[in-house]
Design a protein around this ligand. Structure first.
Ligand code: FAD
Ligand code: DHB
Length: 408
């Protein structure tokens, strides 16, 4: 098999890249090791930066997002039983974010690709990228029990943190910057309307908590993981900081609600609504950047190149920025013959990646309680939160980063 761009992985990065290339008249083949239903059900991110929503719309994949997604103009910070709203449009000159789940982004892109795009092979596991340093890179893969080779002009590794693409960059050329955190997030989906109309990020001496949501489920596009719910029913997405290595099954549903209630409690009469828990899992937290993001004709995009702790909701949005940058660079090369933008790919992406790493780290250390944190560190966290609540400059810094840095 031969193609111009071999794409490994059908997460948000690989699927959107295939779409952008198709729209630019460039052919591609997507290899995805899992089956379609697995990719469409994997519960992950839920917040789209304004730039991400704009890209999906411009790519022709925004129709359902515009109908079902929820525009959010702010978030609430909770600390010391107080509430402070960060007003995005007021602080950023009109920017906002959209609540629309990664599962739904993937479903929309898969449907489009299967209807009008190049091959998207599920159950096709890339085994290795070969000859990345030459003009004719290849992806060796296994599909339906047989080994095959995809001959490419370019390979883009969109195969997530545990993929194979990154391994094709010689160790002597790689630099890794990494930090792990001694805690993770226990995340639940619950069949109950959100108790607040915007996301709530809470700092508490017992640890961080986050109240988020998913758009209402509709009859036209039932979301499989909540298919049993009545039409137009809202779903809550909630997270708790838990110690590293926690088993989600060790937390009974009522214990989760009790703990959430304690951590998001306010001095006024606001109350947290409880409901049946329909899904439960634990996500570890890590910061990771692989430099460079390119070797010869192999390009890394999304989680294959970098991971952020989820506190700033940046993972999916960074993946989108990378593939937009690659698609622009390749289109430029095809139209002008100049490889200038392809050569700049890694440096261009990394500027944005490091801003997101910084923001995700800041949000994580602002809101989580590290084991063994001292009373001095607790007071510093509260002082940082107080500063955001009382200084327009500090609030603007958060709002600009949350709604997203420009691509490229
Ligand atoms: P992925 O979504 O990981 O997609 C990679 C794809 O490549 C997968 O479909 C995988 O099956 C496929 N693949 C892997 N290896 C191979 C191979 N050898 N051959 C073929 N295919 C392969 N971000 C947030 O902003 N908020 C969150 O709440 C949040 N929660 C998360 C929870 C978890 C458990 C994880 C892992 C991530 C979470 N993230 C979250 C991050 C966000 O979901 C990711 O940043 C985003 O999925 C990145 O997209 P991607 O396409 O780069 O990678
Ligand atoms: C969600 C995830 C995040 O990481 C975040 O910061 C906000 C919301 C979510 O899954 O809804």
């Amino acid at each position: 098999m031969r193609t111009t761009v071999g794409i490994i992985g059908a997460g948000p990065a690989g699927l959107l890249l295939a779409r952008l290339l198709h729209n630019a008249g460039i052919d591609s083949v997507v290899l995805e090791s899992r089956d379609r239903s697995y990719v469409e059900r994997r519960q992950r991110a839920g917040i789209l930066e304004q730039g991400t929503a704009d890209v999906l719309r411009a790519a022709g994949a925004g129709e359902r997002m515009d109908r079902e997604g929820l525009r959010h103009d702010g978030i609430e910070l909770r600390f010391d039983r107080r509430r402070h709203r960060v007003d995005f449009p007021a602080l950023t000159g009109g920017r906002s974010v959209t609540v629309y789940a990664q599962t739904e982004v993937c479903k929309d892109l898969i449907a489009l690709q299967l209807r009008q795009g190049g091959p998207l092979l599920f159950g096709a596991e890339a085994l290795a990228v070969e000859d990345a340093g030459t003009d004719a890179p290849r992806v060796r893969f296994r599909h339906e029990g047989r080994e095959d080779v995809l001959e490419c002009s370019y390979v883009v590794g969109c195969d997530g943190f545990r993929g194979v693409a990154r391994k094709a960059i010689p160790a002597g050329l790689s630099r890794v910057f990494e930090r792990t955190y001694p805690f993770g997030w226990l995340g639940i989906l619950a069949d109950v309307p959100p108790s607040h109309d915007e996301l709530v990020y809470a700092r508490h001496d017992r640890g961080f908590a986050l109240l988020s949501m998913r758009p209402p489920v509709t009859r036209r596009h039932p979301s499989e993981e909540v298919a049993a719910l009545p039409v137009e029913s809202f779903v809550s997405r909630l997270y708790l900081q838990v110690p590293d290595g926690t088993d989600a099954g060790a937390w009974a549903d009522e214990e989760i609600w009790d703990e959430l209630e304690r951590r998001v409690e306010t001095a006024d009469d606001w109350r947290l609504e409880r409901g049946p828990v329909i899904q439960k899992s634990v996500t570890p937290m890590r910061s990771y950047v692989h430099e460079p993001m390119r070797h010869g004709r192999l390009f890394l995009a999304g989680d294959a190149a970098h991971i952020v702790p989820p506190t700033g909701a940046k993972g999916l949005n960074l993946a989108v920025g990378d593939v937009v940058t690659f698609a622009r660079a390749l289109t430029h090369q095809q139209e002008t013959g100049s490889a200038e933008l392809l050569d700049a790919y890694s440096a261009t992406c990394l500027r944005r990646v490091w801003q997101a790493e910084r923001f995700s780290y800041d949000m994580t250390t602002l809101l989580h309680r590290a084991p063994g944190a001292t009373p001095f560190e607790d007071r510093l966290q509260l002082a940082r939160l107080e500063r955001i609540a009382t200084s327009r400059a500090a609030g603007t810094d958060l709002a600009e980063a949350y709604t997203g840095f420009p691509f490229g």
